[in-house]
Design a protein around this ligand. Sequence first.
Ligand code: A2P
Length: 278
Amino acid sequence: MTYHSTMTKIDAPQQPLVKKPTVRPDLQTVTEVTHWTESLFSFRITRPSSFRFRAGEFVMIGLPQDDGKPLLRAYSIAAPTWDDTLEFYSIKVQDGPLTSRLQHIKQGDQIILRPKPVGTLVHDALLPGKRLWFFATGTGIAPFASLIREPQTYEDYDQVILTHTCRNRADLEYGRSLIAGLKDDPLIGDMIDGQLEYYPTTTRENSPCMGRITTLLQQGKVFEDLSLPAITAEHDRAMVCGSMGLNTDLKSILENYGLREGANSDPAEFVVEKAFVG
Ligand code: A2P
């Protein structure tokens, strides 16, 4: 009797001492990281098969904090919609809550990807037109890195112009190498010939084209350099992504040309979105 009761005690199921880790369905793996300058980097992560987005949209991504809660920021998806992986382009802010840590990610690390991409820099928010302008400063080029690799961009417009203004020449490198690689792209390569214009400018270091894009538009220099007529509401459509100052100034310039701001629910001639910073 005593023997049996002892056995029963030993065989009784034990409570697990360690809690099972929580399964995070939104964790993705970093597949590639490229550091462009001391303050700019891009990275790729795995793409869940259920993850759909429209070119130009942004999504919340981030890292878990010490208390386990996620620290998330909005990032434009720089990859085209047909890509197997998702690409992002980021600034490194040394005391930024997220980018101070995110800049150290390596291949194989995990980051959080929230499932619902949104945004206004999408084809659906513009009425049909002849020319499409992408105006970017700094990391604001990210949504356009997606859109310039999207076949629809070249199917819908006769001409596509990407302007990118940065302080220094090195800050242009991500965009420059992206454009240089497009001609070899199996999907886009043949479409861009003669249809895509790239207009990089710097404001604090000498380069072939200097000045803020706002000034260059007002001076008419952009049109002269590209042999294009001035922007009109009839033919031109625009997407703007940069700092608050750029967005405000360019919005008023485009409105002076007669263009109206559009939205997903009310398409018009131009759309604006603030680039992620911090
Ligand atoms: P600038 O050097 O004259 O300030 P930042 O690195 O501060 O985000 O700026 C990125 C680029 O955007 C810089 O070349 C900067 O020019 C330019 N920029 C900043 N504000 C404006 C604005 N309001 N209009 C046009 N370009 C701007």
